[in-house]
Design a protein around this ligand. Sequence first.
Ligand code: HEM
Length: 460
Amino acid sequence: MAAEQKKYGKVLRIAPDAITIFDPETLMRINSARSSYDKAIWYESARIDYRGNSVITEVNTTKHDKRKAKLAPAFAGKNLALLETKVDKWLAALVDSIRSKIAKGEETMNIGVLIQYFQVDLISELSIGQPWGDLKEDKDHFGYMKMTEDIIPNIQSYGLLPAFRVIFTSPWFMKLFGPKTTDTDGVGLFMRILQDEVESRFKDNSGKPKEDWDILGEWMNNGVPANECQLDLSLLVPAGSETSVMMIRGTLLLLMSSPVAYWKLKQEIKGAIAAGHISNPMTNEESKNLEYTQAVLREGMRMMVPINFGFPKKVPDSGDTICGKFIPGGTDVYVNFHSLMRSEEVFGSDAETFRPERFLGNDPNVAYMSKVVDLVFGGGRFMCLGKAVANMEINKIFVEVRNRPHPNSNNYPLNGQFGLLFRNFDFQIATPEKPWRREAYSTYLVRDFLARVTEDTTMG
Ligand code: HEM
């Protein structure tokens, strides 16, 4: 749709009652605190459980806001430090996995899958205190990845076809043909694992996680009822996995195919280590001072935006004027994130080029471009709940982490003292003529992303 959007401009009609836009100012206005836009019914296509909505699929604004207010504290304040220890732990596990593959002579590895295993383990541990265990066993437990490969294209197709959406997301249809907790694999099994955990925790009413802290425990302490905990957990794993994974994999590919940026990034990390500016493990705050690294991350997020298209809001009954055109009340306004992040008006005539340098300096335009990139997380009442976690892991993953066995975690990960990503490894595209296979839906699916990874002992 990028070509059509470029041809027809910022407002493109895609159905009798739907438009797609890529104007940042309109998006900021829709997301603002005073906005009277509601979520469009499209969101319901992301329902996976016939028993009810999760916070993301709840389109009733009052209900959504009330629910979100109880979920949000788990991702903020003092909990951020706890989230950071989990991020460190799983980054270390990712490094261990890469290192053990190299030790076995498997320098060419499916780095795309490893990053996905890392993310699923991280989010499942954050959510219910138990990692899926994918990295440890180098295995897609419960067929989760297969499940996302099936679900993402399906959601996209019936999400955009109102008649199908009504049928496929209706409780009776989902109850008859949708996933069930009695299933032995896929979404149903995934729902049962979450259900069992929620039931056992509510049974003794402790809210206590198996390890020291998790999101479910926080929600229970915040008075979120059992059925909502379960419905929101079943959304959290996919919402928290498919998004960050796309950005991380994408930025890695951009770096591997851009030697100048790749070496500048490594030199900045090396200089910061030599100057004693980053500790082990590097803190989130320290990462924010690495100017070039931050520019790479912003440029990576821009060019490999994890959400491609969707998340429509409904124009209020009185209608609205968007980019000079009157749009009647009730119209669905979809966001074309791809076109937005490649907008020449915002990012310059080389918007299609990976050039982190555009984000260097204190020029007001740099601040504006960064604000536009930030729109990938939504905004205002629609803001992504996991934004702080996502930014934290993205800030750390390309730089460094140290292995730190977690108490009560069967001493996993435990190999080695230090695990450092860009600091200790060099990455090379394994199949340069076709580095990966990527399909664009509302989010992306990436297959066959192979890299040759070697130890870099020169960094110190
Ligand atoms: C780079 C990574 C990520 C991106 C780009 C991203 C983007 C988004 C977007 C665009 C939305 C919808 C906003 C709207 O409705 O307009 C959203 C919602 C949400 N995200 Fe994220 N997300 C990311 C990572 C995460 C992570 C790591 C988690 C969980 C740990 C998470 C949890 C959620 C939740 C729970 C919602 C629903 C919020 C609501 O309904 O109000 N996300 N995200």
